[in-house]
Design a protein around this ligand. Structure first.
Ligand code: AMP
Length: 443
């Protein structure tokens, strides 16, 4: 006998099981509410895109393009990529669907799965969901603040407290070359101490070294030149205004002078949102917080003033960000009982005995559904009344309807209150009306 093959989901990719769905639904619902308030309209782009969009947009020297894309050649010869992030796809959709000719800004949001070939670890998967908000067409620093506000409010509405924004400006294509030069000369003197990846990054794009998590590299990065010392007047003034708005709104932030984010298209403002480390805390709190910190940034974003041009459009300033849904859910699961409350069943169960009663039950169920009753429990595949009552008990229903041969013959049905065991017989054709009446009385 051959041994059975045991299939598993691909590494770093997970089934979303029923208990988890209410969490995804919650994030999506809150995002929708926030989007409506701030006037962002939803779009969904295809999961597959032309690989060039990410190579040109996300950038040839980014880790995403170099190491993390799932790409394939189609039978027709197209070279496609499972989208690793949302912004280039949104810009492609913006250009393709005539948004360029509409009054600006164009505010769009999206919710869906993304794919990156990364080493799976806490808060890092190969398939994960993001909620993205993108505003295209305005260079005003107030847009940067609205994007930050949107994500903060989203997280707060979901139930997060103690949030902190890390923020920086990485300049634009005028001033960044000066910064890159300073970085190159700084890292040159540490080349032999950098990790092998960073030595490669040094040749390709020294800015990428700043994203390295290697401990030794981190020590070297700590004294590296800071972007803020190299900003041109325009970028400097823009960042000053962003910080003034944050101060005015009393939004807590920390300047992180080495935050550059791994993508090539960012200009000026870049930001990430984290859970703030607590100062005074108990042992359990420390352990819990450490787990939450391992999850990493909940949101990342920034301004991308050249991406539309890079992908073939006119010069169009823009700003946006994305929230990692699994990271949010990971923390939410510990603090909220959403899953448990949402699986609560309805209040009524339909039990039957005998072939013709079983058949009639199909009709009765349809009547309840048409009357917009949210849920009617049933176990139509079971014949024994005891087995059906066991299921009704598990569902914790308040009432059970019982249809047997005798009741069917008399065109009646029994309505039994589970708590008291009291039951009455009602005419079959009035069953929906009677149940609605009884349930109304309950409320
Ligand atoms: P990014 O698109 O890299 O700017 O990431 C935006 C947000 O998406 C991050 O702050 C994370 O919350 C989330 N994220 C990014 N990569 C992953 C991943 N591999 N697994 C789970 N969440 C991720």
């Amino acid at each position: 006998m051959g041994s059975k093959i045991k299939f598993q989901s691909p590494t770093g990719m997970h089934d979303i099981l029923p208990e988890l769905f209410p969490y995804y639904k919650k994030v999506e619902k809150v995002s929708e509410k926030i989007a409506d308030f701030y006037d962002f309209r939803r779009v969904e782009t295809p999961i597959l895109e032309n690989a060039e969009i990410f190579k040109k947009g996300t950038g040839f020297s980014s880790d995403i393009v170099l190491k993390q894309m799932y790409s394939l050649r189609t039978k027709g010869g197209d070279f496609l990529t499972l989208r690793p992030e949302g912004t280039p796809s949104i810009v492609r959709a913006y250009l393709e669907n005539g948004f360029e000719s509409l009054p600006k800004p164009i505010n769009l949001w999206h919710f869906g799965p993304f794919f990156r070939y990364e080493r799976p670890q806490a808060g890092r998967f190969r398939q994960f969901y993001q909620v993205g908000f993108e505003s295209l067409g305005s260079s005003d620093p107030i847009v940067d603040i609205i994007i930050i506000q949107i994500f903060l409010n989203l997280l707060k509405e979901i139930g997060f407290k103690n949030l902190i924004i890390e923020i920086n400006s990485i300049g634009d294509f005028q001033c960044r070359p000066h910064y890159k030069r300073a970085l190159t000369s700084y890292f040159r003197s540490y080349l032999k101490d950098l990790c092998p990846d960073c030595r490669e990054r040094f040749d390709r794009n020294p800015l990428r070294i700043l994203d390295c998590k290697n401990e030794k590299c981190q020590e070297i990065i700590a004294s590296a030149p800071q972007t803020l010392d190299f900003l041109c007047k325009e970028c400097h003034d823009h960042f000053k205004k962003v910080l003034e708005f944050l101060d005015y709104l009393e939004i807590p932030y920390e300047l992180n002078p080495h935050l550059v984010r791994g993508l090539d298209y960012y200009t000026k403002t870049v930001f990430e949102i984290f859970i703030k480390k607590q100062e005074k805390k108990s042992k359990e709190r420390i352990e819990e917080d450490e787990q939450d910190e391992q999850v990493g940034a909940l949101v990342g974003g920034g301004r991308y003033d050249s991406l539309v041009r890079v992908l073939g459009g006119k010069d169009t300033p823009a700003c946006g960000g994305a929230l990692g849904v699994e990271r949010v859910i990971e923390i939410l699961k510990k603090t909220s009982k959403i899953g448990k409350t949402e699986t609560k069943a309805g209040e009524i169960f339909l039990a039957q005995i005998g072939e013709s009663a079983k058949r009639e039950s199909l009709k009765i169920l349809e009547e309840f559904r048409k009357a917009k009753i949210k849920h009617v429990g049933q176990a139509l595949s079971k014949d024994s009344l005891t087995a059906q009552f066991k299921i009704a008990d598990k569902l914790n229903v308040k009432y059970v309807l019982i249809l047997g041969q005798k009741e069917l013959l008399n065109k009646e049905i029994i309505l039994r209150e589970m708590k008291t065991g009291k039951q009455k017989t009602i005419p079959l054709k009035k069953v929906v009306k009677e149940v609605i009446k009884v349930l109304k009385k309950e409320k």
